[in-house]
Design a protein around this ligand. Sequence first.
Ligand SMILES: Cc1cc2nc3c(=O)[nH]c(=O)nc-3n(C[C@H](O)[C@H](O)[C@H](O)COP(=O)(O)O)c2cc1C
Length: 126
Amino acid sequence: MFQLIYLSNPATGLTRDGVRDIAVRSRRFNRERALTGVLVLSGETILQFLEGDEETVRALYKRILRDTRHVRCDMVMARHTRLRSFPGHPMGYCIADDGHACDLNRLLDGLKAYDIGAAEQMRLAG
Ligand SMILES: Cc1cc2nc3c(=O)[nH]c(=O)nc-3n(C[C@H](O)[C@H](O)[C@H](O)COP(=O)(O)O)c2cc1C
């Protein structure tokens, strides 16, 4: 399993509804390719967590990089794990309201620490 996280900023004109539409429309494509993950909009930052086969994830990321609906894409994590973190979610989404923007740094730390594969291995080892 390969997991990738990037941050970006919505381009001018990309509304919250637009971000939700991207997540919803992505599901069919992602399901067909066994990709799962989550898309978060918090204030003016987008965070996307993608996971699946490495080649498939990287190919989608290349397409996403070219998408003009967002700018300043910055990959912040890429790693191999044994298991999925978001099984059953072809693309979940979360729109955090401006007034209650979530702390993306904390979310990012949480996502990086959240390695079900490692937890499972420890459980099996123990
Ligand atoms: C922030 C963001 C996240 C996206 N996530 C996905 C995704 O998970 N899966 C997907 O198929 N397309 C996603 N897209 C859309 C792709 O960039 C692209 O528009 C879509 O795959 C259709 O590609 P095409 O226009 O070349 O047919 C995302 C776009 C943006 C701006």
